[in-house]
Design a protein around this ligand. Structure first.
Ligand code: MG
Length: 345
């Protein structure tokens, strides 16, 4: 009987010439003849049955080494071998199904957490105060994003507004990825936005909280502060980026002397046209019942912590921001004052 070229044999067996060459190399299906001069492979038509079996077993997903075993067995034992292989596949598939179920559940809940972990009720209020000619603060309260920026210099209003605007898209949609990465990107965007519009003597502070799932991402540069009221206890979460705070940290100034220091509002870090600031980034676990306050130095520069805590202990966020701004203005209102208060339920 006439031998078949590899092309003709491939067509008849529904295997590709490339697969046939591989099976030859593996000893799975050897051609009956290889031309010693040009290396052309030729197959006998009787080999078609084995070739088709190989093709079917490949479609079944059987590894080549096991196919070789099956091909060498007589009919009944080959059938038993295929049957044993398939039982193993089903067992493995069941185990993978469990893993898939776990991942589907895990990722679906992660998504839900991202959006629904807390109900946030927040309010923002910013006020010029009694002394400054304009209000250069910007305050924003959403359901995910809370932010206060304190602008300075001729373009201070534009700078504080640009910094907060750069974060605003996060209120509508959170990009995928880990929260710290999201917060880092947000800080970079804010820095770029300010660098692009601020003049040589202008800039802004920026302190923002981004709520995602059970966590809070913090972006902080400058001397606005975040306070947390949890179980009746007030704690300051942020660390001022001021020259005076650095002196306190270094031990050259006591914490009691700091509030009265003439250079207390001199910033060691701010977003400016140099683009050199390195905002502080952090993640914190949030808890139902937490009440957060983000405020500019117009509040914490003149209203002590005890008064702040008392003002925070009851009322809605809208009540509290009004109360806090009033306290700052009653204390002389020497600076623009901004407060954002948010409750997590
Ligand atoms: Mg200020």
């Amino acid at each position: 009987m006439e031998l078949l070229t590899i092309g003709a044999f491939a067509r008849a067996s529904r295997l590709t010439p490339k697969a046939l060459r591989l099976y030859d190399e593996l000893g799975l299906l050897r051609p009956v003849e290889v031309d010693p001069v040009n290396g052309y492979r030729r197959y006998h038509p009787d080999q078609l049955e084995r070739a088709r079996l190989v093709a079917w077993l490949r479609r079944l997903g059987m590894p080549l080494a096991r196919i070789r075993v099956v091909c060498e067995l007589p009919g009944a034992r080959a059938a038993a071998e295929i049957s044993a292989y398939w039982r193993a596949v089903e067992t493995e598939t069941a185990a993978r199904r469990e893993l898939a179920d776990f991942l589907i559940d895990h990722l679906s809940r992660k998504d839900t957490d991202m959006i629904d972990a807390f109900t946030v009720t927040a309010a923002a209020l910013t006020d010029r105060g009694h002394v400054r000619p304009a209000n250069q603060d910007t305050a924003y309260a959403g359901t995910r994003l809370l932010a206060v920026a304190d602008g300075f210099g001729d373009l201070g209003v534009a700078a504080s507004s640009a910094a907060v605007e750069a974060l605003r898209p996060l209120e509508d949609s959170l990009p995928a990825g880990d929260l710290l990465g999201v917060v880092e990107d947000a800080a970079l965007r804010a820095g770029t936005a300010v660098r692009d519009i601020a003049g040589p003597d202008s800039g802004t502070t920026l302190t923002a909280l981004l709520l995602s799932g059970g966590q809070l991402g913090l972006v902080h540069v400058g001397d606005c502060r975040v306070y947390l009221l949890r179980n009746g206890k007030l704690s300051q979460i942020t660390h001022d980026h001021t020259v005076v705070q650095s002196m306190v940290d270094e031990g050259t100034l006591s914490a009691d002397e700091a509030p009265a220091h003439p250079q207390r509002s001199l910033l060691s870090q701010a977003l400016t046209n140099s683009g050199e600031a390195e905002p502080e980034l952090a993640l914190r676990d949030a808890v139902v019942g937490d009440r957060y306050l983000v405020c500019s130095d117009g509040l914490h520069g003149v209203v002590g912590e005890d008064a702040v805590r008392d003002a925070l202990t009851d009322g809605t966020p809208a009540d509290v921001v009004r109360r806090l701004v009033t306290l700052a203005n009653d204390a002389g209102g020497p600076d623009n004052v901004s407060c954002v208060v948010a409750d997590l339920a």
